[in-house]
Structures are given as structure tokens and as C-alpha cells.
Write a protein that binds this ligand. Structure first.
Ligand SMILES: [Zn+2]
Length: 358
């Protein structure tokens, strides 16, 4: 009888040994093939990226090239995964900037954004239920009117010049230099309600620049005392701007930035309430340090060095009565940025610019 015989056990042992060798070997071969396939995909991607880099003229951005690849590739998820494995920094900066419109638009974005643009690129401004917030009864009309989904601009190499604390005796000089180079910028203002202030606010608005709320009083200890105190101050500034210009502000900047020594206790609640109302705040990632008394040279170096080290720059400057150095250096900064080989684009902030926030 074969089963139970010595021969049977011999065959059984040999069978087990063969299986023990065959199974891991075939697994290795399969995963090796998988790795090889992945390696090849990454190599292809590398080649495509370095081709982009090679073919680039100074104004051509690798990111733009990546978008070309991205929009032509069917497996967008796979592409993003590969890119993250190949170069995590490049991936990070790439995914933060998805084009919204114009030549670089991803074709599917306009039709079915949710299938082609990862969710993180779209912000849905939901109309909040009044009952959601304990502050809903305070200024119930103080809402930002954005009803559509925001798809952020592709804004690599963009530089957003922002001027806080104006209007001032230097507002017209700042506007003059912006006009001279046909540039738009952003003014986070502290409107006093005076006739002169209103006239300057109007000039800013008529120049096509963005006006955002900064504060009515700019007194840290008052405005950050509570959510109500912040809203009271914001509402005064918002109304004054509207009365002077007809502009309903959508953007704002916290005095001292969103994280400062005065709002530790209240900032989370204030930010939540302002966001609930649809307003968008911008901090900055480039500081001219003009408010800190920087000299001409320091401002020039601060701005140009920091801009060079970031993909998309929101530059903090000031339009205030001590701002003589800012006006002196502004044109030189503009010229240096425009003449730079990296092809910086200077523009104003809008709700479709992905915010820079601390
Ligand atoms: Zn300020």
C-alpha cells in the first residue's frame, strides 16, 4: 500500500521541500517584477521631469510642465503617488498649486472637479447655519458672499505685495509705483472714516487693487480681548471701506498676524468665527521688516532673498506714515523682481489664491 508506506513519506517530504523552495522564490520573482515596473515608472517620470528642466527657458516653470504631464495622464492618482515617491518636496509644492483657469487649466476641472482635482485643492464655502455659532446673532449680515467652490490658482512664482495699515501720506506714492509698472497689489487697511482716508481708499479701489480689512483701531489688547470685540472692530472697518469704495471685502489680515502675543486665548475662536462667515485671512511668508525699522538695504535684501526661497510669496510691507523707506525701496524691489530670470509674476490677492497662513 502506497499511503503510509516509507515511499509515501519520502515523496511527502520531497514535495514539502520543493514547495518550501518554490513558493518564496516565485513570490520574490513577482515582487521583483513589481519593483522593476515601479522603478521603470519612476525612471520614466524622472526622465520626463528632467526633460522639462532641460527644455525650460527662464520663464518656463517645471511646475507648469508637470501640470502638462498631469493633465495628459489618465491615472492622476498614480501620477501623484509616483511623484511623491520620486521627490517629496516637488510633490508637496506641486499639489499645493493646481491651476484654476486659463491656458494651464486641467481640462476636467471645469466639468468634474471632484474626480480630477484632489479634494484638498477645492474649498467649499458652505453657508453656515446660524445656529452653528454662538456669535451668529452678532452682525448677522456680516458674511462674505462666496457661494461657489473655490479652485485655487496655479501661482508658482507669483509674488503678492501687500501693504498694511494704510492709507497714509505714502499711499499715493505706492500707487504711483504700482501704476508705473502696471502692477496690482493688496492693501489691508485701517480706515479712519475721514474724508482724506476715504479718498485714498477710493483711489486704491479704482486702481484695481485688492482692499482687505486690517482693523479699525489696530489696538491689539482691545481687538483680541474676545470674539465679540474682534467682530466689533472688524465690522467698523468693513463698513467704512464699503462706504468709501463700495467694496465688500472678502479678505483680511489680522493685526500682528494670525498668531501673535495678544490673541493666544482667543485666536482659535476668532479664526473659526471669521472662517464660518466666509472671510479669508492672509498672513505672510516674506517680511520686509519695514515695521521693524529696516533700512533701505535691509528691506531690499529681506524681500529679494526671502522671495527667492519660496515658491509663492506673500510679502509684508506697510503703508504708514513712518513708511518713507518702504516708498524709497519699492521701485527697486519691483524692478529687481521683474528683471529676475525666474519670471516672477506680481499680482494682487484674491479669494482664489491659496492663503498663506501661519
Ligand atoms: Zn498692522
Amino acid at each position: 500500500m502506497y499511503f503510509g508506506s516509507v515511499k509515501f513519506f519520502k515523496h511527502l517530504i520531497i514535495g514539502i521541500i520543493i514547495l518550501a523552495i518554490l513558493i518564496p522564490t516565485s513570490l520574490c520573482v513577482v515582487s521583483g517584477l513589481e519593483n522593476k515596473k515601479k522603478d521603470k515608472e519612476i525612471t520614466d517620470l524622472k526622465a520626463q521631469i528632467s526633460e522639462l528642466k532641460l527644455s525650460s527657458d527662464p520663464s518656463f516653470d517645471t511646475a507648469e510642465g508637470l501640470f502638462e504631464l498631469y493633465k495628459n495622464i489618465e491615472d492622476k492618482e498614480g501620477f501623484l503617488k509616483l511623484l511623491s515617491e520620486y521627490d517629496s518636496d516637488l510633490y508637496e509644492s506641486f499639489v499645493k498649486n493646481i491651476p484654476a483657469s486659463g491656458d494651464n487649466v486641467i481640462p476636467a476641472v471645469t466639468s468634474t472637479p471632484e474626480t480630477d482635482v484632489p479634494e484638498e485643492f477645492i474649498t467649499t464655502s458652505s453657508e453656515p447655519e446660524p445656529s452653528d455659532s454662538p456669535y451668529a446673532a452678532l452682525y448677522p449680515e456680516l458674511y462674505c458672499d462666496t457661494t461657489a467652490d473655490v479652485v485655487y490658482n496655479q501661482d508658482m512664482d507669483h509674488v503678492y505685495l501687500t501693504f498694511d495699515d494704510g492709507p497714509s501720506q505714502y499711499t499715493e506714492s505706492i500707487l504711483h509705483y504700482l501704476d508705473k509698472y502696471n502692477l496690482k497689489a493688496t492693501f489691508f487697511v485701517v480706515p479712519s472714516g475721514s474724508e482724506d482716508c476715504n479718498r485714498l481708499l477710493k483711489r486704491i479701489a479704482e486702481g484695481g487693487h485688492t482692499i482687505g480689512v486690517h482693523s479699525a483701531t489696530h489696538v491689539y489688547t482691545e481687538i483680541y480681548a474676545s470674539v465679540e470685540a474682534y467682530l466689533n472692530d472688524f465690522k467698523i472697518a468693513y463698513d467704512r471701506i464699503y462706504e468709501a469704495t463700495g467694496v465688500k471685502c472678502e479678505l483680511f489680515r489680522f493685526p500682528g498676524g494670525s498668531i501673535n502675543d495678544f490673541n493666544e486665548e482667543t485666536r482659535d475662536e476668532i479664526i473659526a468665527e471669521m472662517t464660518r462667515r466666509g472671510f479669508v485671512y492672509f498672513d505672510w511668508n516674506v517680511d520686509s521688516n519695514d515695521a521693524g525699522g529696516a533700512t533701505w538695504t535691509e528691506m531690499y535684501v529681506n524681500v529679494l532673498e526671502q522671495v527667492a526661497n519660496t515658491n509663492r510669496a506673500v510679502v509684508l510691507m506697510h503703508d504708514h506714515n513712518n513708511g518713507y523707506n518702504t516708498v524709497l525701496v519699492l521701485e527697486d524691489i519691483i524692478k529687481a523682481l521683474l528683471e529676475d530670470g525666474r519670471g516672477y509674476k506680481i499680482d494682487k490677492l484674491t479669494p482664489t489664491v491659496k492663503p498663506i497662513q501661519f
